[in-house]
Ligand binder design. Structure first.
Ligand SMILES: NC(=O)c1ccc[n+]([C@@H]2O[C@H](COP(=O)([O-])OP(=O)(O)OC[C@H]3O[C@@H](n4cnc5c(N)ncnc54)[C@H](OP(=O)(O)O)[C@@H]3O)[C@@H](O)[C@H]2O)c1
Length: 338
């Protein structure tokens, strides 16, 4: 057991200035402090890996759905770590836990915020990616419960080569859908077709998305799973089939200019096509996390679900990783190994 008098130094990523547009590394600082000794009910966790999610950018604004990070505050992040000292009945030292660790190498927090990882033998990256709440579980509820994907549906997915996008692509294929992914660059499109096994990919940076979409889905699409928002959402609305479903999972193209959001202008297509557009957050499905986790684990263990990831090394690279998320620098789930 770690002696309370011998607490580790924790490196922390703090917000220096609120980003003006996409986050850049100069918006952040790294500081080092002795980790706090846990009080009753708290645990001290050695952080192993942190997920980089687009939602972190939204917390850098003064007002935010997930809570605003104050200037000088530690950035939020979900991740996996090992309990070093436990002053809680819920956990023992050595337990592997998941939860809101924040961007730091050691975290002391109330144990209520954390869950014991069900399969600690599985590496922390897979736990954050394919089995993680903001990647695998988001994909599962988004495409199955909101999108209601079924055999022979034609599904268009934006941000298809990202963490959520790649899992959604695979889950839709598993249900027997035809899947068309939209991603930035030929390399990402090649990965989607050759490694993830989708039917077609459109490189939105170099191709005309509307024109390409009409080639791959001449009669329109049954589902649009949107991670990006902005222009791509209007293109998808203009290509809906009757009774189509538009799933609003996220809008990463809009997070860096929240005061001038580019909304869809073709929303009347929903009426014309008797279609629905429905948003969700994974937290709306919290009561069913166990079910989704078990199904994803089963698919993963059977080799039916790949877990592509992009790993950056070291807490010092957390700001760079966040910057990369907004410039398309990742293929698969972006994770920082601590
Ligand atoms: N509803 C929920 O509960 C929930 C939970 C988790 C995540 N999400 C949402 O899911 C989406 C994906 O999140 P993720 O964490 O898996 O990230 P991600 O897709 O792994 O990474 C972001 C990707 O978005 C693309 N991108 C970035 N800026 C863009 C822009 N301006 N225009 C077009 N594409 C852009 C980039 O790919 P390209 O190279 O292809 O441009 C980048 O690699 C986000 O919108 C996020 O907010 C929602």
């Amino acid at each position: 057991m770690q002696k309370i008098s011998n607490l580790p130094k924790s490196k922390k990523v703090i917000l220096k200035t609120r980003p003006n547009g996409n986050p850049v590394i100069t918006d952040f600082d790294i500081i080092e402090e002795i980790a706090s000794a846990p009080d009753d009910g708290e645990i001290l966790i050695e952080v192993q890996a942190l997920g980089i999610g687009a939602w972190i950018r939204t917390t850098l604004n003064e007002k935010a759905f997930h809570g605003a990070t104050p200037i000088g505050g530690v950035l939020p992040s979900m991740g996996i770590g090992k309990v070093l000292i436990s002053k809680s009945k819920k956990f023992s030292e050595g337990d592997i836990v998941s939860g809101p660790l924040s961007a730091q190498s050691y975290t002391t927090l109330n144990s209520d915020f954390f869950e014991k990882v069900a399969n600690p033998e599985i590496d922390p990256f897979t736990q954050i990616g394919v089995l993680g709440v903001s990647t695998g579980l988001t994909s599962y509820f988004g495409i199955y419960d909101v999108g209601k994907v079924k055999k022979n549906d034609i599904v268009l997915i934006s941000g298809a080569a990202g963490g959520v996008g790649m899992i959604v692509c695979q889950l839709a294929k598993i249900k027997g859908a035809k899947v068309i992914g939209v991603a930035g660059g030929k390399d990402k499109c090649d990965v989607l077709i050759n490694e993830i096994g989708i039917d077609a990919a459109i490189d939105y940076k170099n191709q005309n998305v509307d024109k390409e979409l009409k080639i791959h889905a001449e009669n329109g699409i049954d589902i649009f799973f949107d991670n990006v928002g902005g222009e791509i959402l209007d293109i998808a609305l203009d290509n809906l089939k009757e009774r189509a479903r538009v799933v609003i999972c996220g809008a990463i193209s809009q997070y860096s200019h929240h005061n001038s959001i580019e909304g869809p202008s073709l929303y009347l297509r929903l009426a014309e096509k008797y279609a629905v557009m429905e948003g969700f957050t994974v937290m709306h499905f919290e009561h069913r996390y166990k079910e989704a986790y078990e199904e994803l684990l089963d698919l993963y263990q059977k080799g039916l679900l790949k877990a592509p990831m992009h790993i950056e090394e070291g807490i010092e690279n957390f700001p760079l990783a966040l910057q990369k998320l907004f410039t398309g620098g990742n293929t698969g789930k972006l994770i920082v190994k601590i």
